[in-house]
Structures are given as C-alpha cells and as structure tokens.
Design a protein around this ligand. Structure first.
Ligand SMILES: N[C@@H](CCC(=O)N[C@@H](CS)C(=O)NCC(=O)O)C(=O)O
Length: 328
C-alpha cells in the first residue's frame, strides 16, 4: 500500500495521526466523463465519446467501489463494449498488482506488473494514491476517471445507443431522493466501515461504529416499508449499498470490528441483500475469495498473521421476500 509522488512509488500507509486517529478518504482526482457524443460531462474535459471497445476498466473484485462499476457493466450489457483487467486481491508494498500467480487476470492492455504503472502511463509525474476502479481510454491513452460513483453514471446512460439497453438506475424524477439516500449510505455505511476499521483511536472507532449502526437501523426501518431504498424500483442507490452489505458479514464484521450485529440478523436488510444478489447477472460479480483474501491478507497492521478466516457460511441463494422488479 502506498502512493505516487512525482511519478515515483512510495510505500506508505494512511496517515491518521494528523486527524485524531480518523481515516479520511481522499477525493478521486481524475474526473472526466464519457458521454454519448463526446461533449464534456459535469466535470473535466470533452473528447471521451462512448464507442465500442474504446474503454478499458481496471478493477479489483475485492473492492466495493470497483464492484459498483462491474455491476453496472453487467446490468447495462456493456461486457462486449468495455473490456476489463482484474488486479490481484493482495495489495502489499507495491500496491495493486497484476500478479497472475495471485489471482490477477494480468494487465490485458500493457502487461504491466503494478497498477501504479497505469497511473504513470497516464501522467509520468503523477502524484496521489493509486486506486481502483480506473476507466482507461485506449484511443487517447489516458485515464478518463478514477471515481466509481461517476463511472456508474456514465455506464447508466452514455452507451445506450450502442447497447439498446435503456434501463435507468438514476431517473431524473428520482435523482433528489437517490442523492439523499446516497449521502446517508456513503458517509455512514460505504465509507463508515472503513472509518471504523482504519481508526487508530478508540474514540474515532466508536464514533464510526455508532454512526454505522444508526444508519443501518434507518435502512432496516426503510426496508420494512418498501422493497428497495427508493420505493419499488431498483436504483443506483441500491447497487451502491449492496457492494458494502455483501462484504459485511464476511469481512467488516470481524476485520473492521463492525460487530454489533451481523446483517443476517436484520430481517429486512438480509432479505434485501439476497434479492440483489439473486438479480440476474449479479452473483457472478461477487467473488468471496478475492474479497476475504484482500482485506485479511493485505491489511497487515490490522491482521499481522494474515490468516484468512474460513467462514462464515452464508447462503445468499436462499429465498427472499422482496418483490421481483420487471424491466430493470
Ligand atoms: N473514490 C474512489 C475510491 C476508490 C478506492 O479507494 N479504492 C480502494 C480499493 S477498495 C483503493 O484502491 N485503495 C488504494 C489506496 O487507497 O491506496 C471511488 O469510489 O472510485
């Protein structure tokens, strides 16, 4: 784990000392948008037109942020249009790697050894963390974006003319409600588990833990009244929450000490997780080998023995009580 400074890799863990033991996630810096006609998106430059086989997605199957983009690639039938490479779950002194002996697919574009080489290919003097997911433009040989919440919005709509898939997970009339729930989920749950797990003071940990379980209680109450986060249709908000929930009992409960209750004990949340898991195409985007191996093996300051737990055994294919959504 580390970062690039002027294009040179430095092995360094997150700095929590300067922030009262709290983990603070940095903003992703590369924020261009692929659009249907190549015009500029809400941020960044123009020139990234949606074209078949022009873009490549670098992901980790362990990472909840990258998982969102894989889900949208699947839901929006983009698999024949956007190629992918999968990094190894082991994120050690050189950061994400393409070690095929350690479960990586290899880098299909450049045969690189490490993910940081993709960032320096984009900018030889790059400074910053080397995160996944990354959306790469094969035409201009540069990174389009390294922000998952924006990559899924591009996938949601920019390629519709190529795929004919017009399912909309961020419909204009629901955008306000979706943004609102995303806000609660992002700060307290998606990032909340990391704030608990990476905290280096008791106070910072307990604060994150309390915020996390309060937010889960809110979600549990909401899911008692309706099938999904924003009514009866699946939206982006559900997929953003799902990638954290599916990792919860296997990783965050133990490794990140988010152990008030496993999600299996929340009647509505557990049914909801199964409904999303069983949605066509989704189960094949979930890989518990990568997920467990990444966290338990890579975070040596949290788990110095690097032993990967054998359990838990949870059957996500069991029946659920959510209504099946047609169309989306
Ligand atoms: N804001 C980014 C966050 C991505 C992110 O933090 N990914 C993690 C993996 S789960 C990563 O690559 N971390 C490496 C690091 O922080 O050095 C997004 O949502 O795309």
């Amino acid at each position: 784990m580390g970062l690039l400074v002027d294009g040179v890799w430095h092995n360094k863990w997150y700095d929590t000392k300067s922030n009262q033991g709290k983990f603070k996630r940095e903003e992703a810096p590369l924020r261009n948008w692929v659009t249907a006609d190549g015009s500029a998106g809400p941020t960044g430059k123009s020139g990234f037109k949606a074209e078949s086989n022009r873009y490549h997605l670098y992901v980790s199957l362990a990472c909840p942020w990258a998982h969102r983009t894989l889900i949208f690639r699947k839901l929006k039938q983009l698999e024949n249009h956007i190629s992918i490479s999968v990094v190894s779950p082991d994120m050690l002194d050189n950061g994400w790697s393409f070690d095929q002996a350690a479960m990586s697919s290899g880098d299909h574009l450049f045969n690189s050894e490490y993910m940081h080489q993709i960032y320096t290919r984009h900018d030889p003097n790059y400074t910053g963390r080397v995160t996944v997911p990354v959306l790469w433009d094969k035409k201009q040989q540069c990174i389009v974006s390294n922000e998952s919440s924006e990559i899924i919005r591009m996938f949601n709509s920019a390629f519709n003319h190529l795929t004919g898939n017009t399912n909309d997970y961020y419909p204009a009339e629901l955008s306000k409600q979706i943004n609102q729930i995303n806000d609660l989920v992002y700060h307290n749950i998606n990032n909340g588990v990391y704030k608990a797990g990476f905290a280096t003071t008791q106070v910072a940990y307990e604060q994150a833990y309390n915020n996390l379980f309060n937010a889960l209680d809110e979600v549990e109450a909401l899911l008692a009244r309706q099938a999904y986060l924003v009514g009866d249709n699946l939206t982006e908000a559900d997929w953003r929450l799902f990638t954290t929930l599916i990792r919860f009992d296997s990783v965050y409960f133990g490794h990140f000490k988010c152990n008030k209750k496993p999600l299996e004990l929340y009647p509505n949340i557990s049914n909801y997780i199964r409904a999303l898991y069983q949605h066509p195409g989704i189960a094949e985007t979930v890989n518990f080998n990568h997920i467990k191996r990444h966290y338990y093996f890579s975070h040596r300051q949290i788990n110095p023995t690097q032993i990967v737990p054998a359990g838990p055994e949870i059957d996500y294919t069991r029946e659920h009580d959510r209504t099946v959504v047609q169309g989306n």
